[in-house]
Design a protein around this ligand. Structure first.
Ligand SMILES: C[S@@+](CC[C@H](N)C(=O)[O-])C[C@H]1O[C@@H](n2cnc3c(N)ncnc32)[C@H](O)[C@@H]1O
Length: 236
């Protein structure tokens, strides 16, 4: 018999999440993660994710090697195969229960950390990472790892929760930011700690009043703490 979680179960998941151990937190949330993922996309993340998928469509080619870093339940990996069925996928996540939800996705499934990727330099054509870097202690180190493992000519595509600039946007989103932080260890990254490199091969899309950001980088990029250029908030 399948038991449908009640709103009380969801509240328990959000408000009594274990602190400090991100893998354990996601193990506990895995059975309900897809529900909350859809909710996040509806509330704030959809345009940033659409930006990532548009870039993915551009970057994919037959036989492309793709790492879904922090793959969770495999939502993005399934999109890769829907666009390019011959893509060679590697799925990596810290949480065994999240990764187990992606069992149906063909490819290598690896339990590991985005902060110390178990691959040599230049291993993949594309690294995808959706809503992950804001859950790790050092987002810039994670993106540096992504850049290390892409091939020359490859792409790193990622989305993350970001801190809106204006007072009213911050105040209006406080409840949502609080829920994402408590339930899913998602820190909304301020501009000054955004992993970003400004060049003619990179681009950045900030959406939903600055709450969700999508970035594309290339092998030539380096990431270090640096201010995001003003006027780069492109879409609402
Ligand atoms: C918000 S979920 C995003 C999952 C998936 N990318 C998606 O788009 O739905 C964050 C994921 O990152 C994983 N994660 C957190 N820290 C990690 C780390 N250091 N290394 C690998 N995965 C990590 C979590 O286990 C979780 O599955």
């Amino acid at each position: 018999m399948v038991t449908v979680p009640s709103p009380l179960d969801d509240a328990e998941l959000l408000f009594h999440a274990p602190m400090g151990d991100v893998g354990a937190l996601y193990d506990r949330a895995a059975y309900r993660y897809d529900h909350f993922r859809d909710l996040w996309l509806r509330l704030a993340g959809a345009r940033a994710e659409q930006g990532l998928l548009d870039d993915l469509r551009h970057a994919l080619h037959p036989g492309a090697t793709v790492l879904d870093a922090g793959c969770g339940t495999g939502a993005l990996a399934r999109q890769v195969l829907a666009i390019e069925p011959t893509a060679q996928l590697t799925l990596l996540d810290l949480s065994p229960r999240m990764l187990a939800k992606a069992d149906d996705v063909p490819g290598d499934h690896i339990i590991g950390s985005v902060l110390d990727l178990p691959f040599p330099d230049n291993s993949f054509d594309i690294v995808l990472s959706g809503w992950v870097i804001e859950t790790v202690p050092d987002p810039i180190a994670a993106v540096a790892e992504y850049l290390r493992v892409i091939n020359p000519g490859g792409s790193v595509l990622y989305t993350f929760c970001s801190l809106p600039q204006g007072f009213f946007s911050r105040a209006g989103s406080a409840w949502l930011r609080g829920a994402v932080k408590r339930g899913f260890a998602g820190q909304f990254l301020p501009e000054e700690s955004t992993p970003w490199h400004d060049c003619d091969r990179s681009h950045r899309l900030s959406t939903h009043g600055g709450l969700a950001t999508q970035i594309a980088l290339a092998k030539c990029c380096t990431v270090a703490p640096q201010p995001v250029p003003s006027g780069s908030v492109a879409a609402q």
